[in-house]
Structures are given as C-alpha cells and as structure tokens.
Write a protein that binds this ligand. Sequence first.
Ligand SMILES: C[S@@+](CC[C@H](N)C(=O)[O-])C[C@H]1O[C@@H](n2cnc3c(N)ncnc32)[C@H](O)[C@@H]1O
Length: 201
Amino acid sequence: MPLDSPLDAAYWSTRYTLGQTGWDAGAITPPLRDYFQQMTLPKTARILIPGAGRGYEAEYLHAAGYPNVFVADIAPEALRDLQQRVPDFPAAHLLEQDFFALSTAPPYDLIVEQTFFCALDPALRPAYARQCAALLRPGGTLMGLLFDTEFSQPGPPFGGSQAEYESYFAPYFDFVQFETAPNSIKPRQGRELFICLTRKA
Ligand SMILES: C[S@@+](CC[C@H](N)C(=O)[O-])C[C@H]1O[C@@H](n2cnc3c(N)ncnc32)[C@H](O)[C@@H]1O
C-alpha cells in the first residue's frame, strides 16, 4: 500500500524537532546490552548502526572500547544529540546518509538493528535485507530486534511477523537466533523478536 507521505529526511527531522520520538528508549535496551556484553568480536571490528537515532548503542560500544563504530541516520538532529552526549565519538563515524546509499566497502563485521526496519516503508523490506547483506563481510552478523506484532495505528512503526521477515533474510543469511526476546523493555515485552543472522558466504 503506498504511503500518504514520504518517510524522508524532512519527515524524520520534524519528528526530532517536535520531540515526537516515542520510539526512543532513552538508553541502550537490555537485549542489545546483553548481546554486546557476551560477544567475542575483536575490538577492531567495524560496526554499523543504521537508523541509529540518538545512538545509545553506539555510545555503549564506544565506551566499551570499540573504536570503529559507525552510525547512519538521515536526521541530523539525531546525530547531533549523540555528538553532544559523547563529544569524543569520532565525527567521521556520524554518517548523515541514506542507509540504502551507504558504501559497501570496506565491509562491516556487525550491523545492529533496533526500530529502524519498522520505520521504513514496508515495500523496502526486501531491499533492507539485500543492503544489510551487501554491507557485511561473509560471516558477518546482523543482530537486533524486530517487532512481532501488528499496530492498530498507521505506521511508522510498521509491524509484521516472523514468517514474513524470514522470507526477506533467507536468501542472504543463516539464522542463528530468530525468537521472541526474553528481555525486552516493558512496553515491547513478548512483541519483539531477537535476531542474530550471519551473512552467507
Ligand atoms: C524509529 S527511529 C529509531 C531510532 C533508533 N534506532 C532508536 O531505536 O531510537 C528511525 C530512525 O531511522 C532514521 N531513518 C529513516 N529512514 C532512514 C534511511 N533511509 N536511512 C538512514 N536513516 C533513516 C530516522 O531518521 C530515525 O532516526
């Protein structure tokens, strides 16, 4: 179904300017924090957080000693917020760019997803899976959270189901985890899938 208005940079900038950011958890969420705490990636790993918003995950990883964390967002207000909160976060790693136009070289080792996929026009979902695969090295990981629910209001956010999502990712990824997250924040409990997918060779 075509959307009434484009979900472009002007749309998202306005949401930040007006403070209409209900998706923003205000801190890193437990599923991502717990994953980061146990992951064995070398500290030199290249990590991308697309549609990062205010970038609490980037702040966490930066503080944990990962120097190659990149955030991409089309809303400059979101990137500015991260820059102000974390002044020593490398400015060159704040990519004010469309996710679909990001350079695929050099490749990333890890992509982190949280409420970006659900913010996109659902017609872009196959392209999202394809672009994540293009951005990752073979064996690289796409991990994070996807809503496993339908919303009564018109999106964004746009909901969906595990079966639907699997069809987008299966051509490019092996599924390590794709299950209800046990530790979502309260308003999302039982309505989020934790995904950990590795890019096929
Ligand atoms: C619902 S917000 C989620 C932000 C963040 N992940 C969070 O959980 O707080 C969606 C974000 O994606 C950004 N965005 C939307 N379309 C984009 C695109 N094509 N490329 C990059 N960022 C995009 C918006 O500016 C917004 O910051």
